[in-house]
Each structure stands twice: as structure tokens, then as C-alpha cells.
Design a protein around this ligand. Structure first.
Ligand code: WQD
Length: 340
């Protein structure tokens, strides 16, 4: 059923790809983004790929109640997908208060405004980092949570707040999606990952090395208890993550209350394995140097994706080679990202 969906952070990496998926599936899309880590150009590209316009774009802070009231007053919002947040593990250890203010404060402001405007469907962008430094592989939604950094703690705090609010507001439906590692780009080469400043994440850093914007990769530690000593993550194509959000929206009315789902592939790759896969996809040599571990990092995070498949009949389709191919295609087409 087509809905009018408010997408906070809709100009960002996962948000913009999700907006393409929503528009292509017949939904109306309203975006709220402050462009602190995104570009308005991405939204031009979203409409171009989808072949349909975004209904409206509001530039503002998700913590600002007047901005939120204006959005909910002007548009018949049926559901919200909440991406707007800061999301770098390493950075969160340096500016924890900003992470709590934006990630938790932004979520409580948004849910308060939703409630006051009679909007009761929320897909929440959570994170596999809530599982922390675990030896469990693969991780199910029932695996214990033990976040090791402020970013992960903000996401778990938001999940707990949402669960409490669902107990208090019976008509509220929340799907919390714990992403593993979104990576890659839209196959058109028009949309991709272009963080402001130096990339915190591995894939965009590799892409920027391959186009000559960065010198060499710092491998944050090779003394983890993994086969090659480097960190293992479950990289999932951003187009799969976007599709997973659309599918979640299709199922949001299945049950009241809050449900948590992992969004991953079930396949892990180490830093060195991803580096080699990117070299193969780009044909560009990547040099690296092993440095100290990054505070807050953990050895291995790999999903058990079976709950999503059992509940919704959906699974990620793209492999690591496709992620590297698409990330390289985007970076080569957009040497400096969305900058003119
Ligand atoms: C991956 C691996 C690093 C950069 C991300 C998102 C977070 C969440 C989970 C959605 C680790 C190593 C990295 C570099 C390196 N996703 N690395 N050199 O930390 O797993 O978190 O996924 O919510 O939002 O940030 O991803 O890409 O930063 O790190 O060696 O220059 O690569 O140590 O093992 P991470 P990442």
C-alpha cells in the first residue's frame, strides 16, 4: 500500500539509497536532513534514478521541535524511517555528548512529534555494534548486547526507549533494524558513500585511495583473534539495506509493539580480505600499514540473518565483489563525491 514516508537523514548514504527504493516502489517521500554529513546533490540524483520527484525536502535538525511540527503539519505522513544520526564508532569515543544529544535526543524529539501528530509507524536505524565485543558468530537478535562505544550505546539506548514507549502507546509500531556494515553504491554510479572529511569507514577509505585521494590504508590492528588478525565484519550492499527498509515498511502493521531484526548477509570479511576484493574490483593497488587498534573496535561482527528471512521472505542478494565493483564505479564517476 503506498504511503507518505518521512525519511530523516534521507540525503545520507543509506538514506538516499532507501529513498530511491521507496520512490521506485510507489511511496511518496518527504525528507528531513541537516546535510551535516550529506549533500543536497544526492537528492537530485535520487529523483533522477527513481524517475519520480521527492515530495518535499526540509533542511533542519531532527532535534528541533518546530521543524518537526512543520513537517508533520504540511504532509500527511503515514510512517517514518529514522536515519538521521552520527554513526562513527571511533569518533563517538571523542565526542560522546554530541552522539547522545543527536542520536538519543533526536530520536526522542522525533517520537514525541510523531505521537502528537498521530503518526504511529517507525522504522529505526539501529546497529550491530550493540552486540559489542562478542565471541558469538553468527549473531542473532537474541544474542546478548554489550556495547563497547558511545555510538553503540546510543543505539541501544534508543531501542530501549522505543520499547518502553511501545509499552505505553499501544498503537505504536516500531521495527528496529540492526545494520551490520552497509557498503557499496548504487549500480548507476550516481549515488554512493561520500562522508564529509576523512572517511571513518573502511570501504569509502579504500575507494578514495583507489582514485588517488588518500595515500595508504591504516589497518587498525592485526592482533585480533581472527584468521589474519584483522577485524571481521558482515558487509551488506547498501542497495540490499535499502530494499530491507522497504520490505520492513511493507510489514510494519504485521504486529503492534517493537521488533528487532538484524540486517546482514551472514558472511564475514576481514579488513585484508575487503582490501584485496577492492583491489580486484578496481585494478588499483592498495598499500597499507598496520597501526594500533581503534578504540571501541571489536574483533568480529557477523549476522545470523534468518529472522528477517523467516518473517518477511527476504534476504540480501549482493556479494562482496558487487559491493566493491559498485563502490569503485561510483568513486570513479565522482572523484570528489557530490562536490561540483
Ligand atoms: C570496519 C573494519 C576497522 C577503517 C560501521 C559503521 C557503524 C555500524 C557498524 C551501522 C574494522 C577497520 C576501518 C580504516 C581499518 N553500521 N578499519 N582502517 O567500525 O564496523 O562500524 O558498521 O550502524 O555505523 O560505522 O565499520 O568501516 O569503520 O570498520 O582498519 O581506515 O575496518 O577496525 O575492523 P565499523 P568501519
Amino acid at each position: 500500500m503506498p504511503r507518505t514516508v518521512l525519511v530523516t537523514g534521507g540525503a545520507g548514504f543509506v538514506g538516499s539509497h532507501t529513498c530511491v527504493e521507496l520512490l521506485s516502489s510507489g511511496h511518496e517521500v518527504v525528507i528531513l536532513d541537516d546535510h551535516s554529513n550529506s549533500s543536497p546533490e544526492a537528492l537530485e540524483r535520487v529523483a533522477k534514478i527513481a524517475g519520480r520527484p521527492i515530495a518535499a525536502t526540509h533542511v533542519g535538525d531532527v532535534r528541533d521541535r518546530r521543524t518537526l511540527d512543520a513537517v508533520f503539519t504540511r504532509h500527511p505522513i503515514d510512517a517514518v524511517i529514522h536515519f538521521a544520526a552520527k554513526k562513527a564508532v571511533g569518533e563517538s569515543a571523542q565526542i560522546p555528548l554530541a552522539y547522545y544529544d543527536i542520536n538519543v535526543g533526536g530520536t526522542t524529539a522525533l517520537v514525541s512529534a510523531m505521537h502528537d501528530h498521530g503518526v504511529h509507524r517507525l522504522v529505526f536505524s539501529s546497529s550491530c555494534s550493540v552486540y559489542g565485543d562478542t565471541t558469538i558468530v553468527p549473531l542473532s537478535e537474541e544474542s546478548p548486547v554489550a556495547p563497547t562505544n558511545p555510538y553503540a550505546r546510543t543505539k541501544l539506548t534508543c531501542e530501549r526507549i522505543l520499547a518502553d514507549v511501545c509499552r505505553h502507546v499501544p498503537e505504536l509500531r516500531v521495527l528496529a533494524l540492526r545494520y551490520f556494515n552497509p557498503a557499496g553504491a548504487h549500480p548507476s554510479g550516481l549515488l554512493g558513500e561520500e562522508p564529509h572529511g576523512v572517511p571513518n569507514n573502511l570501504m569509502p577509505y579504500l575507494a578514495q585511495i583507489a582514485v588517488g585521494r588518500r595515500e595508504e590504508l591504516s589497518v587498525f590492528g592485526d592482533d585480533y583473534p581472527t584468521p589474519d588478525g584483522t577485524g571481521i565484519r558482515d558487509y551488506i550492499h547498501v542497495v540490499d539495506v535499502a530494499e530491507g527498509h522497504r520490505v520492513a515498511l511493507d510489514h510494519i502493521d504485521d504486529e503492534p509493539g517493537m521488533r528487532v531484526f538484524n540486517l546482514g548477509t551472514g558472511r564475514g570479511a576481514s579488513v585484508l580480505e575487503l582490501m584485496r576484493a577492492f583491489q580486484d574490483a578496481s585494478g588499483q593497488p592498495i598499500t597499507y600499514r598496520v597501526t594500533d587498534r581503534r578504540p571501541g573496535d571489536v574483533a568480529e561482527l557477523v549476522a545470523d540473518p534468518s529472522n528477517v528471512y523467516n518473517a518477511w521472505g527476504w534476504a540480501a542478494r549482493h556479494d562482496l565483489a558487487a559491493m566493491c565493483r559498485d563502490a569503485w564505479h561510483f568513486q570513479r564517476q565522482n572523484l570528489y563525491g557530490y562536490a561540483p
